[in-house]
Design a protein around this ligand. Structure first.
Ligand code: NAP
Ligand code: MG
Length: 400
């Protein structure tokens, strides 16, 4: 069978530990036999990030801007222990944070649904995609403890030196705490556009919520920016696609999400997205089945698995043991990227291949073949726990 030819290269970001091992296996067993892969390779493994003073991360993000589509392996975000383990020159920043800052993107997380893995909310028969605004609010805060007898104010100095002051609290009788947070109209607008574009792509309704009844200026600004961009740029397109944009209060959206059947994109402010994405990952069953894509407002896509480098399994692998690690979310990162490349370059065979590989992956799990962690929650009767490589070969055998 002739291999599928590509036109524009895919940006390939390799990573660390167990996922790095799986990365190569996926390419060898599931991609290279079928696709004449054109990729621009960046090694984001911690060793090479350290050798290049993290320049490789920046270069990979710039290449993603240039070509439009990337696929990323999970990477270690160094902490003090990793600095020692890898003898690092510095505690390099999270590659995902660096890439997100350069692409100005929004992260969309979507679970893969398979028979046998029943969500904790059994009425969720379709995936719920979470879009988290990954800028500002409490993640870029300034906070202080305040002594009794102090008065705390917000002070803004404009470009001419004029001050605007507003009382936060007069701490007459008790010690206390204060916090300053901010966001940017530009960042909120980018977030909104990424969400509207993603909803049009997925042909799914978009819900957005904040607490604008309490936060009448701050959260209200989010609501207004979304509404304005929707009216001016997206309303007609949404109507044409037969989908809806819907704003409500965060409390109300929680009630609606729980009662829904899924099939929605849920746009969240930074904190809501942080917390709710963890809730959804657990509720849908498994981190090994959670996909993630970073979408920039200019239409650049970076696909990855939501899970990390699966360190514990890697140490077993190093000790010469066979691991049973779930490769599915990483496979879906590849299929997402290949399909998008196919769409952008008009290569229908590449899109079809991505569809087939996803179908084969799901069929494998629904035939009862899976990793150990998935088998612990699967309700299927005939389960066969396999090692990582066998899992991939079983998938390959099902590519129709
Ligand atoms: P993790 O790698 O996601 O693993 C946490 C645990 O979840 C694993 O030990 C394993 O449980 C289970 N698990 C996750 N993915 C699995 C899979 N594909 N198959 C089977 N089991 C899976 O998270 P972590 O241990 O907190 O972080 C490890 C490293 O990953 C850290 O250095 C962190 O910086 C990095 N990280 C990177 C990213 C990213 O690049 N996007 C995201 C998160 C974390 P059992 O051990 O019980 O089998
Ligand atoms: Mg979280």
């Amino acid at each position: 069978m002739a291999k599928i030819q590509m036109k524009t290269p895919l940006v390939e970001m390799d990573g660390d530990e167990m996922t790095r091992v799986i990365w190569k296996m996926i390419k060898d067993i599931l991609i290279l036999p079928y696709v004449d892969l054109k990729s621009e390779y960046y090694d984001l493994g911690l060793v090479h990030r350290n050798e290049t003073d993290d320049q490789v991360t920046i270069d990979s993000a710039e290449a993603t801007k240039k070509y439009g589509v990337a696929v990323k392996c999970a990477t270690i975000t160094p902490n003090a222990q990793r600095v020692e383990e890898y003898n690092l020159k510095e505690m390099w920043k999270s590659p995902n944070g660096t890439i997100r800052a350069i692409l100005d993107g929004t992260v969309f997380r979507k679970p893969i649904l398979v028979d046998g893995i029943v969500p904790y909310i059994p009425t969720w028969t379709k995936p719920i995609t979470i879009a988290r605004h990954a800028y500002g609010d409490i993640y870029k805060n300034t906070e202080l403890r305040v002594e009794a007898g102090s008065k705390a104010e917000l002070v803004v100095t404009d470009k001419d030196g004029n001050e605007t002051r507003a009382l936060i609290h007069d701490f007459k009788n008790s010690d206390g705490i204060i916090q300053g947070v901010h966001n940017l109209d530009d960042s909120i607008a980018s977030f909104a556009r990424s969400c509207f574009n993603f909803a049009l792509d997925a042909k799914e309704d978009l819900w957005f919520a904040s607490k604008d009844t309490i936060s009448k200026t701050y959260d209200h600004r989010f609501k207004d920016i979304f509404a304005e961009i929707y009216e001016n740029e997206y309303k007609a397109k949404f109507e044409e696609a037969g989908i809806e944009y819907f704003y409500t209060l965060i409390d109300d959206v929680i009630a609606r999400i729980i009662r829904s059947e899924g099939g929605i994109i849920w746009a969240c402010k930074n904190y809501d997205g942080d917390v709710m994405s963890d809730m959804l990952a657990t509720a849908y069953g498994s981190l090994g089945l959670m996909t993630s894509v970073l979408v920039s407002p200019s239409g650049v896509y970076e696909y990855e698995a939501a899970h990390g480098t699966v360190t514990r399994h890697y140490y077993k692998h190093l000790a010469g043991e066979k691991t049973s690690t779930n490769p599915i979310a990483t496979i879906f990162a590849w299929t997402g990227a290949l399909r998008k490349r196919g769409e952008l370059d008009n290569i229908p065979e590449l899109c079809e291949f991505a569809d087939k590989l996803e179908a084969a992956s799901i069929k494998t799990m629904e035939d009862g073949v899976m990793d150990k962690n998935l088998s612990l929650i699967s309700k299927l009767e005939n389960k066969r726990v396999v090692d990582t490589e066998t899992f991939l070969r079983e998938i390959a055998a099902r590519i129709a």
